[in-house]
Write a protein that binds this ligand. Structure first.
Ligand SMILES: *Cc1c(COP(=O)(O)O)cnc(C)c1O
Length: 407
C-alpha cells in the first residue's frame, strides 16, 4: 500500500517525531570537530585545557577537569573525597541513578532523603532530620542535584554541611548557566565552587551542551583539582616536584629524564578526547543563546497551562532556572503519555525514584520511604524542551495536551 504523506506543520501529519530533548549541531560545530581531527592531537592535546578554561569561566569556578562523561565525573569526585566502604552519603531519589551510584562504586552507603514537593529538589529539612538523628560523623557528604535546571540553594546547604563536617558534590548536569540568589542577593552560578566542594556536568546529547559523551568537574579547591587531574589518567603524574622515586632510579644524572613519569595511586582512563572537547567548546559559545530559548519555551508552556485545572503542578518561570526539563504534574498521566506518543510527541518521565530501583530495594528501600518523591512520580511528565523546538511544534504539543483534557 502506498501511503501519501502530506506535511502540515500544525497537525504534524508528516509524522515528524518530537522528542523531549535534542542536541543542536551547527556547521560551526562540525568545522570545529573537523579541524581537531586534522590536527596533531585526537586526545591529550590542547583542546582539553581550552575547553576546561572556557567552561570554568562560564560557570565562574577556578578550576575545571574534563572527563569521559558525567558518571565518571561523579566517580572521581567520590574517590577524591575519600568515600570508603560503609561511608554514608545523602542524595535525592528524584535524579538520574548515577547521582547515587557513584557512592556505591566506592562501597559507600546511599541514604536517600525526600524531595520538597514544590521545588522537586532535595528537601534540606529532611536532610537536617537525618543528620540530627545520628551521632556526628555518621554521614560524610551530600549530593544535591539541580534537578530539571533549578539551582539548589547551596548557601543553606553549605551551612548545614559545615555544622556536620560534610562535603558537598553538586550534581549540576541539568543546570549549566543556572543560578540561585544568595542571602546578599548575589547570583551564584551552578558549579561556581563557592559553596560545593565539587560540581559535575554532563555533555550527553540531551543536556545543554553536547559532546557525544563527556563530563566536567568544577571546583575552587586546588588540592582536589590536582588529585582529579591525576585520577583521570591512571593516577599517573609528570609533575617532578611530586616524584617519589629518585633521579638515580629514574635513570637520569642531574635531573629526571624526559620520559619519566610516576603512577602514584590507582586511577582510571576517564579522559575526554580532543574532538569531543572541540565540539563542547563550540557548543559552549552558544550556551547562553540556548538558555534564553529554553526560558522562552518554558514561559510559553507556563502561560498556556497556568489557568488549566488539569495541571496540578507547574514550576512556573523561575529566575535562574536553566530549564533542562519542563515538567508538569497531571492526573491520568499514562493516558496523556500515550496520547502524545500517538501524535509522535515523545514526552518522558524524570525520574523513576532511584530508591525503588530493584538494585536499591536490595538495601531495604521500599515504597512509602519517600512519600513526596513517590507521589511526584505518579503524576510527572516532561514535555519537549530543547532550543530548536519550533514555535509551531510547541503549539502542536500544547494543543494536543489541552485537546486531550477537553475531550
Ligand atoms: C546525565 C546525568 C548524569 C550522568 O551523566 P552521563 O554523562 O550520562 O554519565 C548524572 N546526573 C544527572 C542528574 C544527569 O542528568
Amino acid at each position: 500500500m502506498l501511503i501519501r504523506v502530506i506535511c502540515g506543520q500544525k497537525e504534524n501529519i508528516c509524522g515528524k517525531m518530537i522528542p523531549y530533548g535534542k542536541q543542536n549541531i551547527t556547521e560551526a560545530d562540525i568545522q570545529a570537530v573537523i579541524e581537531t581531527l586534522q590536527s596533531d592531537f585526537l586526545t591529550q592535546g590542547p583542546k582539553i585545557k581550552e575547553f576546561e578554561d572556557a567552561f570554568a569561566q562560564y560557570v565562574g569556578s577556578k578550576y575545571a577537569v574534563a572527563v569521559a562523561n558525567g558518571t565518571a565525573a561523579l566517580h572521581l569526585n567520590c574517590i577524591a573525597l575519600n568515600v570508603k566502604p560503609g561511608d554514608k552519603v545523602i542524595t535525592t531519589p528524584i535524579t538520574f541513578a548515577a547521582s547515587a551510584n557513584c557512592v556505591r562504586y566506592c562501597g559507600g552507603e546511599v541514604v536517600f532523603a525526600d524531595i520538597d514537593p514544590e521545588t522537586y529538589l532535595l528537601d534540606i529539612n529532611k536532610v537536617r532530620e537525618l543528620l540530627e538523628s545520628s551521632p556526628k560523623g555518621t554521614y560524610k557528604g551530600i549530593i544535591p542535584v539541580d534537578f530539571a535546571g533549578k539551582a539548589v540553594d547551596l548557601e543553606v546547604f553549605r551551612k548545614l554541611a559545615d555544622e556536620f563536617d560534610l562535603w558537598i558534590i553538586e550534581d549540576s548536569c541539568h543546570s549549566p548557566g543556572g543560578y540561585f540568589k544568595d542571602s546578599q542577593g548575589q547570583k551564584q552560578n551552578c558549579g561556581n565552587g563557592n559553596f560545593a566542594d565539587l560540581a559535575i556536568f554532563s555533555f550527553h546529547p540531551v543536556k545543554h551542551i553536547a559532546a557525544g559523551e563527556g563530563g566536567m568537574i568544577t571546583t575552587n579547591d586546588i588540592d582536589l583539582y590536582e588529585k582529579l587531574i591525576k585520577l583521570r589518567t591512571h593516577g599517573i603524574t609528570k609533575d617532578e616536584s611530586s616524584y617519589v622515586n629518585s633521579i638515580e632510579f629514574a635513570g637520569g644524572d642531574n635531573s629526571y629524564p624526559a620520559w619519566y613519569m610516576e603512577m602514584q595511586e590507582l586511577g582510571f582512563n576517564y579522559r575526554l578526547t580532543d574532538f569531543q572537547a572541540a565540539l563542547g567548546l563550540s557548543q559552549l559559545k552558544r550556551a547562553d543563546e540556548g538558555l534564553e530559548r529554553r526560558r522562552e519555551i518554558a514561559k510559553k508552556y507556563f502561560d498556556s497551562f497556568k489557568e488549566k485545572g488539569f495541571i496540578k503542578g507547574q514550576s512556573g518561570v523561575v529566575e535562574g532556572h536553566a530549564y533542562h526539563l519542563y515538567i508538569i504534574e497531571v492526573e491520568d498521566r499514562l493516558k496523556l503519555y500515550n496520547h502524545l506518543r500517538e501524535n509522535k510527541i515523545f514526552a518522558q518521565i524524570h525520574y523513576i525514584p532511584t530508591h525503588l530501583m530493584p538494585y536499591y530495594r536490595n538495601f531495604g528501600w521500599k515504597e512509602g520511604d519517600m512519600p513526596n518523591a513517590e507521589t511526584y512520580y505518579k503524576n510527572c511528565i516532561s514535555l519537549p524542551m530543547f532550543p530548536t523546538l519550533t514555535n509551531d511544534d510547541q503549539e502542536f504539543v500544547i494543543n494536543k495536551i489541552t485537546e486531550y483534557y477537553n475531550e
